[in-house]
Design a protein around this ligand. Structure first.
Ligand code: SF4
Length: 258
């Protein structure tokens, strides 16, 4: 019986999920509940969603939500090999949270490695330590979203503590893995200059010298409407690159390339 995973999308020609042109494989299921989540259909670990009609609501958002084998995913990923080679790209596993289906993720990463395709994962790093330590051995680049430096604020925004996430991030750094921490900058949650100072203190203590800022966007709002669930970020203006100039400068002034 081949190992299978529940995915909600496979997106080709992405330019925002690691270097070069990439295929992004979206895993369904996430242990966090971020208020600003732009993929609410990804959160429930089963075929249904948090919204109106379970499978029906899911399928209204994406007909691609189903179980896949490793070879099915590989078939799609291999179609774009020339683009990866031309652009320095590859495949990124994203979600939801990839590590909720770590056995499948590891098997897929191994197959990609056999084909010499660059492998990245986008993750919150929330996983049992043993699962994390195994999975990171099979990845070329870890894109880790650090949502807040403060434990209580992290719980307020995501419903879970940041302790395991930060411990796993530190493990990856200590093991010399290729890690790019990213801050999703969210209005009213972590976008003040004091917050930038807080992140700078955390990253300095962890030995991190480079981060990426991800300005808040409203791309997910329509999905909440389709799912019939309230959107906590309704009416909150998007952030643009220029809105983060001072925020970024705080990090740069503390020696962190942002
Ligand atoms: S970690 Fe990502 S997928 Fe999970 S709830 Fe937060 S934003 Fe959504």
């Amino acid at each position: 019986m081949p190992v299978k995973a529940l995915l909600f999308n496979i997106q080709k020609f992405s330019l925002h999920d690691g270097p070069g042109i990439r295929t992004v494989v979206f895993f369904k299921g996430c242990p966090l509940r971020c208020r600003w989540c732009s993929n609410p259909e990804s959160q429930e670990a089963g075929l249904g969603t948090v919204g109106l009609g379970g499978v029906t609501a899911s399928n209204r958002l994406s007909a691609d939500i189903r179980y896949y084998t490793v070879e099915e995913v590989m078939e799609t990923c291999l179609q774009d090999r020339p683009f990866y080679e031309e652009s320095g790209g590859g495949v990124t596993l994203s979600g939801g949270e990839v590590l909720l289906q770590a056995g499948f993720a590891t098997a897929l990463l191994d197959r990609l490695g056999e084909e010499k395709i660059h492998r990245a994962i986008e993750t919150s790093a929330l996983a049992p330590a043993a699962v994390w330590q195994e999975c990171i051995n099979h990845v070329d680049l870890l894109l880790i979203d650090v949502k807040h430096y403060d434990r209580e604020r992290h719980i307020e925004g995501t419903t879970v503590s940041n302790e395991a996430c930060l411990a796993n991030l530190q493990t990856a750094l200590d093991r010399g893995k290729n890690v790019l921490p990213r801050i999703p900058v969210i209005p009213g949650f972590n976008n003040s200059l004091e917050d930038a100072e807080g992140f700078a203190r955390l990253f300095t203590a962890m030995g991190i010298s480079k981060v990426e800022l991800l300005p808040f966007h409203q791309f997910g709002e329509k999905k909440y409407e389709d799912l019939g669930i309230p959107y906590p970020m309704h009416g909150i203006p998007q952030l643009h690159r220029e809105d983060l100039t001072e925020y970024r400068q705080v990090l740069i002034d503390r020696g962190i390339d942002a």
